[in-house]
Structure formats: C-alpha cells, structure tokens
Design a protein around this ligand. Structure first.
Ligand code: MG
Length: 368
C-alpha cells in the first residue's frame, strides 16, 4: 500500500513536472531548440471569411487545420486605422508601424532592417515567391527600402543590393524595361552569378535549379495571371524554393517568403469565385510547404495576411457548395487578421498582438 502510494506520488510528480515543462512560461524560458528555417506565407487580403470560403469550396478541408497555434494580429498602420499593403508588409518584415505607402522605412522615411536582410547577414539562405510582381508592396517590404511603394524601378534596383538566393514572381519589366535609367537588371543579376530565366524562355516546371547558383525566375512581364486563367506555379514554386534553399551549402538555414497576392485583388473586385480559386491555390502551396515542414521538423511555418480586404461575408441561404456572399468595401478593412503557426516556436504565435510582434516573435524563435 505504502509502495503503491509512493509510486503514485512519483508518477504524479513526473506528470506534473512534464506539465510544467509544457506550460508557456516554462517553454519561453527553456532553451528549446530554435527552428533552423522560417517559411512565412502571406495570403494578402485573407480574412476569416476568405479562409472559410476556400475551405467550403475545397470539400470542407484546409491545410490550415494542421496548424496547432492560432493567433490574431492588429493590422493598423501608424498613419491610419486602415492599413495598406506597404505599411502592413513593413510591419511584418521590419517590426515597425509606419505610414501607408512605406516600403521598409519608418515614419521618418529612414530604412529599417527586415527579417530577410538580417537572415542574409546571419548566413541563412533567403528567398521569395509571389503571385504578383516581385516589386509589389508585400515582397518589396522584405528587401527594399524606399519611401513610396510607387517607386517600382527603385524597388527592383534594391534587389541587386542583396544576395537573395531565390526569387520567383512577376514584374520583369521593372528589371529590364526601365524608364528611369538604362540598366538591365537581368544582365546585372547574371553578372552576379544568378541563373536568370522567364516565362518566355522556359516553363518553371521544366527547370531544376542548381543549388550552387542563385536563382531568379520571372513569371510575367507585369502581373501574373489569376489561377483561374491558367497560372499554376505557386504550389510548384513553393516546393521548389523550399528544397532549393534547404540544399544551399554553407548556410545555417533559410528564410522564405511566399505570397498569395491575388486573394487581395479578388476581394477588391468583390469577386467571390476569384477569392475561392486563389484560396485553393494558396492552400495547395501551404500543403507543399507542410509536406516539407512535417518531414524536416526544424522549420517554423507561419501563415498570415497583411489585412482583410473587402469586408467579405458568407451570408444566409448559402450551401457548402454554393456560397452566397457580400462585401462592404473594395478596399482593406481594420479586422483582426488570423495567424497560423506550425513547428518549433509556433506556440509564441498564440494570442492577440500587434502585426509588428510577428517580426519580433520570429526573431525570438530563432534566438536572435
Ligand atoms: Mg501583396
């Protein structure tokens, strides 16, 4: 009886010490192994209703169900309760609230270092994949530092100031058909040692990138097509980028940004079919990333949005396979925006916090 009691007490104390180790306070202080890699996936304009619409149209399934930690971010900008793409992307990339239009600069228009800049300095491989032009605000804020998101050719030139390992997206004209100067940034990328190609020369799916060489691929002269009109590269490119960056030799890990830009454009157009097709495409990209992350075990995956667009809602009379929808605006809204996290450090992303906290949480997770 006494021995049983002793064992029971021992057993209970083991359970309770395990519990203590799992509590958020304990994990914050404990030297838990930091992630080797971070993959940040931004579904522009993606609020809860956009996610819901994509999920119902996809047979009531979303890869976001695999994410154990869910939070909400406050998206407002320094200049306005309603943020824009530039200010929200700068908040995520650089951890500062700034004015609408700002790309990687603070409210005094001074450059602020981005997580991608810092990853490069700390010898991580870096990359970005987007379904918009690479010079568009969301990707731009991670690599460029200019006072206005309209300065597209300056943003393109800022890519040359970095050693980013991989870029896949549209907006080639800002690199090789420049109005502000005669530079051909594609040739300059090649001179820096990049493999450079585009939609005219070779389908992305025919390319196997050599991991010893930086990689730049342009999917469109300006903006890439919607998924419903034949654009199919986002899931493939997400898979390609993940394995490419993971196999870069001499690197301590990687930081990859993946943007599904057209959920926002669909919401601006108040077009729910367009929202659904872009959400399903993004979900397929998330599925590709999760296949890698689940196998790898050292990758923190974060899925969020800069903001919600459209004030989108699924309204009464809807069936799962035929949604009736409504919009309140063709612009961004100030709704709290969801954050999903998976992998080492994911627990930090639970709760409600400012959009700027995502940058800090990523750095804390990495132990920077
Ligand atoms: Mg965008």
């Amino acid at each position: 009886m006494a021995i049983h009691t002793l064992f029971l007490l021992l057993f209970l104390s083991l359970i309770s010490s395990d519990k203590a180790a799992e509590s958020p306070e304990a994990t914050t202080n404990a030297p838990a192994a930091p992630p080797r890699n971070i993959i940040l996936m931004i579904g522009d304009g993606m609020g809860i209703s956009q996610i819901s619409a994509g999920m119902y149209a996809n047979g009531d399934k979303t890869n976001l169900e695999k994410f154990p930690a869910i939070g909400l971010q406050k998206t407002y900008a320094a200049s306005s309760l309603i943020t824009d793409s530039a200010a929200s992307a700068t908040a995520l990339a650089c951890g500062v609230k700034t004015y609408n239009g700002a790309i990687g600069v603070n409210t005094d228009t001074m450059p602020v270092i981005s997580i991608l800049d810092e990853a490069e300095m700390r010898n991580l491989a870096t990359g970005m994949v987007t379904t918009s032009s690479l010079t568009n605000a969301t990707t731009a804020a991670f690599i460029a530092h200019v006072k206005s998101c309209s300065m597209v050719e300056e943003i393109a030139a800022d890519f040359l100031k970095t050693e980013i390992d991989l870029i896949i997206g549209g907006g080639e004209n800002a690199f090789n058909r420049r109005k502000s100067d005669r530079r051909n940034l594609l040739q300059e990328l090649e001179k820096k040692g990049y493999f450079v190609s585009d939609y005219n020369q070779l389908p992305l799916s025919d390319i196997v990138p050599v991991t010893g060489q930086n990689f730049a691929y342009f999917t469109a002269a300006e903006e890439p097509l919607p998924a419903s009109q034949g654009r199919d590269y986002l899931p493939k490119a997400s898979n390609m980028a993940t394995y490419f960056l993971n196999n870069r030799s001499g690197k301590k890990g990687f930081f990859l940004l993946i943007e599904a830009a057209q959920i926002d454009w669909a919401s601006r157009e108040n077009n729910s079919d367009y929202i659904v097709s872009e959400m399903i495409d993004f979900d397929n990209a998330i599925g590709e990333v999760m296949k890698f992350a689940e196998r790898d075990g050292q990758t923190l995956v974060i899925v969020t949005a800069g903001y919600e667009t459209g004030g989108f809602a699924i309204t009464p009379g809807s069936q799962m396979d035929s949604l009736i929808t409504a919009f309140t605006t063709d612009k961004q809204t100030a709704s709290l925006t969801p954050v999903f996290a998976y992998g080492p450090g994911a627990e930090r992303f639970r709760g409600i916090y400012e959009n700027t906290a995502i940058y800090k949480k990523m750095k804390e997770a990495l132990g920077w």
